[in-house]
Ligand binder design. Structure first.
Ligand SMILES: *Cc1c(COP(=O)(O)O)cnc(C)c1O
Length: 356
């Protein structure tokens, strides 16, 4: 059933931000998509309206109990002017998986794709074109009952907002320093680690702040039980290249199944680089370093695409990886993935979807 989206255009278009000062998540386009869910009725009133604040009851259930999830993806303008999306259905499927974990209603994938494309087309003037810039897409959903009982809500709001964002690495892709967290944990099996559930991020901020005080831009999370096995980094999955093989943690319920992670695995397999999705300890990483076999390390995620890691700090011992230079594998993956996303490298996987 095709979705019938009403459109109310803004009468006060905003002026566009300076493309050199975009940063991340500071500016929003002229419109937002929204729809409501009511138990017994399903999703209703899909509409595009001027971007603006939401009226919320102070007893709103998401504010009190955190029944709230989100997604993150990007739209890119190709040099020939086409507007491209990278594997957007994977994000909507993951949104539905997050919803399932948090007892929230799924959205229809094709209806949501239609809404997303309509919104992007309407605000397409906002897609920045300078190298490395893009339009960040933030779909999100939350419980909207004015009720203080702890239970899954009967009503929900689903929205999509758009934010023009600058290049993640304005000076070119550059390795970062990472603190390996051994006090706080992010997730345990059976918890909510594999959902993009809002509370996971609030819970990670304390470790992040303490690491930042010591000059580390992100934390690397270890497993929540033994604090031994490598899980992921901030809002990125993580790969180590050890003795010619790429190693990353398996999807066993505690890490976020990244679209970038999956894409990197497919690219590595195509290029005959051995990939292992398995449990591996931070001790193994340090031992590989000491044997001279830790070739490279990098995070993968929508924001940075590939973020090389130049230094790790764990239990008072700091190691340097590839002399804090971007390694050849990270560079190649970055160039290939961003090339596919901006439409300048052939998309042999069928990952790109055009907004027409
Ligand atoms: C979003 C996210 C990722 C990366 O997922 P992508 O789909 O590649 O952007 C990894 N880890 C966490 C915790 C995340 O929230």
């Amino acid at each position: 059933m095709a979705i019938n989206i009403t459109v109310q255009k803004t009468t006060k278009p905003k002026s566009k931000p300076d493309p050199a000062k975009l940063g991340f998540g500071k500016f929003f386009t002229d419109h937002q998509f929204m729809m409501e869910y009511t138990k017994g009725k399903g999703w209703h009133d899909p509409r595009i309206v001027p971007y603006g604040p939401l009226p919320l009851d102070p007893a709103n259930s998401a504010l009190h109990y955190g029944q709230s999830i989100f997604e993150g993806m990007k739209s890119y303008k190709a040099p020939d002017g086409r507007i491209l999306l990278f594997r957007p259905r994977k994000n909507i499927e993951r949104l539905n998986n997050s919803c399932d974990r948090m007892c929230m209603p799924a959205v229809d994938i094709e209806d949501t794709m239609a809404a997303l494309k309509m919104l992007i087309k309407l605000d397409s003037d906002w897609i920045p074109t300078a190298a490395g810039t893009s339009l960040y897409i933030r779909p999100f959903m939350f419980g909207n009952d004015p009720f203080l009982g702890v239970r899954a809500a009967d009503t929900y709001l689903f929205l999509i907002i758009l934010s023009p964002v600058g290049a993640y690495f304005p000076q070119g892709i550059n390795p970062v320093r990472i603190h390996v967290e051994s006090v706080y944990v992010r997730a345990v099996k059976g918890g909510t680690g594999e959902a993009k559930a809002c509370g996971n991020y609030a819970g990670s901020m304390k470790a992040q702040m303490e690491a930042a005080k010591n000059g580390y831009v992100q934390v690397l999370w270890l497993d929540g039980i033994e604090k031994k096995f490598v899980e992921e980094v901030g809002a990125m999955n993580v790969f180590f290249k050890i003795g010619g093989r790429a190693v990353t943690a398996p999807l066993e319920g505690t890490i976020l199944p990244g679209v970038t992670r999956d894409s990197v695995i497919q690219l590595l397999r195509r290029d005959n680089v051995p990939v292992e999705e398995r449990k591996y300890s931070i001790q193994e990483v340090y031992e590989a370093h000491d044997r001279g076999q830790l070739d490279e390390a990098f995070g993968t995620g929508t924001a940075a695409v590939i973020s090389p890691i130049g230094q790790l700090h764990w239990n008072n011992r700091t190691i340097t990886i590839n002399n804090e230079k971007t390694g050849p594998l990270a560079k190649k993956l970055y160039d290939t993935l961003t090339g596919i996303q901006y439409g300048t490298v052939k998309d042999e996987f069928g990952w790109i979807e055009e907004v027409k």
